[in-house]
Design a binder for this molecule. Structure first.
Ligand SMILES: [Zn+2]
Length: 773
């Protein structure tokens, strides 16, 4: 990526970099609380309904404006579009796809068990009989798990678990290579995210059970003393072999002591005897022996890894136990009365070995039989490829209860929830913020079972707001809302899990005189980064570091759109704006310094919308001057250039990603209906018609894989909602759930200009309201 300094003047107005001019203000106006927004709520479907006539370029179901060829002006076409033609979307050649498998090479004097054997139940029974505290802890965890599952509140984002690998070796061949260790981490990150390339092995009746656990693993980068580390220890031992008696876990018995087991997943790798492939200790056991033990020849996919256990699945299986999963057959020998305490796995007799053929019926579980492709069975590595939805819920319950320090002491989650007027801080949780006709802020929420305070009602949040709410969430049950006041200063209020601060209707004043709505990103717990344009059209940055607000920091530029910001990792920020040339300009914070501005080209008719689905990955959407949707991506190495996705759009795009290499984009068509286009890792879909007559930019959020919640404002001013549940749109493909209210502002952005017209380049809330002087 060319990180060139460009000729852009960073200090056009010679502005004082330290502070935006601020004025005292009088927001937080107290008004009588009410439970619904002023005005009458809408009724039924959105005015107009599906298939209403549109202006030229619109269409019914099917592609948007497929025949329209608006002003693809000579100079106006966006560079890089390859002909800049429009009709129909053209997919980009192909974004980087899944991960390739690794080759293996085994050899040497390695243990080669013929079939799987795991020592977890031996350890379990030993602890039950020897340690009364273990039995009590196990019982308490089962109760906590039941309660957790009933609440249906999942942790937000992706949990990242720091791993330390202790290599305990006797003969040099057992001193496994870094490549072998790395190959194991790769397997874990594929298997636990359901991105493994062998999911096609799952028989069709079971494919609906495949689940992404949103758990990832990384070799620790900081040791228990706070020093840098590779996350690997290597210890030579006199012992030629270990068993499941935990001697490998203590230096006093020829092994190596664990790192603090509340903060690290300890993985011991060594020689095991008796055909043992590995074992784990269930959560609730003694801290000094917590972790998993893996036979070196059943570890990773290369080096000493030996078939049929050379695909890294032994470690996946044992970490399943470590996160509180039982064997899928219920550990009752071959009987049918044992349970794995997981609802969606079929009752199964005993373990399956080798690679069974489908169906494998036991315990009257026909016609589909055993779920032998599950990681918690006893098949060969190539035969186990999935966790189920309810197994994932059980692992999440473990991580959110007894193993919570494992993630909270590092980052709580992966990419934080993108900020906006609708956010989701947990599974099946939605928080939507709008302005009413009195320009106060209103809030409603979905708690997994019902809308609060009611389907058509709203919580009154006070204020007289000059911009739509921008809300960020950096953790469970945590919300930070930002608006402009009548003085165009920034105002903030926060939900701390029990109450709004500074009060239900009050706001904290953050100063500034802003020409744009505030944009916010969060990259970790108790961290907020706020960006605005001031009257000099330069970008200013203010941040909350967990204890105080800092800034405003001057970041330069002469901007014609509100800043767009995204964070793909800790201490990383990527900022996008349109400049006076209507091209997209980008600048980023890499953890130590701000870059200069780089131009990404284009002549844009909407502000940029940006999403990130993974580290060092950015996807950017704008409208071109032809009102078509354009896309550009950063793959970690280079920008793709602009590619047209077609359409004739009447609103700026809104985008979301619910998983790696997955993008969902929504726009309004010229008929004011909602349209949807998605990228599945291979190709763009073309536009899907989703009905409605919408008066404001749609807003979308995703709280789980293959889950979308889209919000729009109807012609009656009411808020409307529809959702994708992984199978179908609710309430139907073209209908909406009415959520009441009369919304004066939901998602402030630009009305798209008519083709050929000069685009309006500032958000409507500030047009005519702020005159830079
Ligand atoms: Zn096991």
């Amino acid at each position: 990526m060319p990180r060139k300094a460009n000729g852009r003047a960073d200090k056009i107005h010679g502005t004082d970099p330290d502070g935006m001019p601020g004025t005292p203000m009088s927001n937080g106006v107290t008004e009588p609380p009410r439970t619904s927004m002023p005005g009458v709520s809408g009724t039924g479907g959105m005015g107009g309904g599906a298939g209403s006539p549109g202006s030229p370029g619109a269409s019914g179901a099917g592609g948007m404006g497929a025949g329209a060829a608006p002003s693809a002006s000579g100079a106006g076409g966006m560079p890089g579009g390859g002909g800049a033609g429009m009709p129909g979307a053209s997919g980009p050649g192909g974004m980087p796809g899944g991960m390739g498998g690794d080759t293996n090479g085994s050899g040497g004097d390695v243990e080669r068990p013929a079939r799987r054997s795991c020592g977890v139940m031996d350890v379990h029974r030993r602890l039950l009989s020897s340690d009364p505290a273990y039995a009590a802890a196990r019982s308490a965890l089962e109760n906590a798990t039941t309660q957790y599952l009933a609440r249906q509140h999942r942790f937000a984002g992706v949990a990242k678990i720091p791993v330390v690998v202790h290599v305990v070796w006797n003969s040099p061949v057992q001193n496994v290579s870094q490549a072998q260790i790395d190959s194991q981490l790769d397997v874990l990150n594929r298997d636990f995210r359901a991105t493994n390339t062998d999911l096609g092995f799952v028989p069709a009746p079971f494919t609906g059970l495949i689940a992404d656990s949103r758990i990832e693993f990384f070799l620790a980068t900081e040791d228990p003393n706070g020093n840098p580390t590779t996350g690997v220890t290597r210890t030579q031992t006199n012992k030629t072999s270990f068993s499941h008696d935990d001697q490998i876990k203590s230096s006093a018995t020829g092994g190596v002591d664990p790192w603090p087991t509340d903060r690290y997943l300890n993985v011991w790798v060594g020689q095991l005897g008796g055909g043992l492939l590995g074992y784990a200790q269930f959560p609730g056991g003694p801290a000094e022996t917590d972790g998993v033990v893996i036979l070196h020849s059943g570890f990773g996919t290369t080096g000493t890894a030996a078939a049929p256990f050379d695909l890294g699945r032994t470690t996946t299986h044992e970490i399943g136990h470590y996160l509180n999963l039982f064997h899928i057959w219920g550990d009752d020998g071959s009987g049918c009365s044992g349970s794995d305490e997981v609802a969606d796995t079929p009752n199964q007799g005993g373990p399956n070995f080798g690679v069974p053929a489908f169906p494998k019926v036991s315990c009257s579980n026909g016609p589909n039989g055993d779920l032998f492709v599950n990681y918690m069975d006893y098949t060969d590595d190539r035969g186990m490829v999935m966790f189920t939805t309810d197994q994932v819920a059980r692992m999440e319950a473990c991580l959110d209860t007894v193993r919570t320090d494992l993630i909270s002491s590092y980052e709580e989650s992966g990419p934080p929830v993108p900020a906006g007027p609708v956010v989701s801080w947990s599974g099946d949780r939605l928080d939507a913020f709008v302005l009413g006709t009195d320009r106060a802020m209103y809030h409603k929420w979905w708690d997994g079972s019902a809308w609060g305070p009611s389907v058509g009602g709203y919580e009154y949040m006070g204020g007289v707001c000059m911009s739509a709410p921008e809300v960020a969430s950096w953790g469970p049950d945590r919300l930070d809302a930002f608006v402009l006041g009548t003085d165009h200063g920034v105002y903030h209020k926060a939900w701390d899990g029990s109450s709004w601060q500074p009060s239900a209707t009050g706001y904290e004043e953050l100063g500034g005189i802003c020409l744009s709505p505030p944009r916010v990103a969060t990259w970790g717990p108790d961290r907020l980064d706020l960006f605005v344009l001031s009257t000099d059209r330069a970008i200013y940055h203010k941040w909350w570091d967990g204890s105080a607000w800092n800034g405003y920091e001057y970041l330069g530029g002469v901007c014609m759109s509100p800043p767009e910001v995204v964070s793909w990792g800790p201490d990383r920020l990527d900022l996008f704006v349109l400049s006076t040339d209507n091209a997209v300009w980008h600048k980023w914070w890499d953890g130590s310094a701000w870059s200069g501005f780089e131009s990404l080209g284009g002549i844009c008719a909407s502000p940029p919308t940006v999403v990130s689905w993974g580290p060092d990955r950015l996807d950017l959407f704008v409208l071109g001057t032809d009102s078509a949707l354009y896309h550009q991506s950063w793959n970690g190495t280079a920008w793709s250039g602009w590619v047209s996705l077609g359409g004739v759009c009447a609103s700026a795009p809104t985008a979301v990603s619910w998983g790696p290499d997955r993008l969902d984009v929504f726009v309004l068509g010229m008929d004011s209906a909602l349209y949807h286009q998605w990228y599945d890792g291979t190709a763009w879909s073309g536009f899907e018609y989703l009905g409605g007559v919408c008066v404001d930019e749609p807003r979308v959020t995703a709280w789980d894989s293959d889950r979308l919640d889209v919000f729009v404002v109807g012609t009656d001013g009411g808020l409307y909602h529809k959702w994708w549940d992984g199978t179908a749109w609710g309430p139907s493909a073209t209908d909406y759930e009415a959520l009441g209210g009369i919304v004066s502002d939901f998602k402030v952005t630009l009305p798209a200009p008519a083709p050929g017209a000069a685009p309006a380049m500032m958000p409507k809330a500030t047009i005519g309201e702020v005159v830079p002087t």
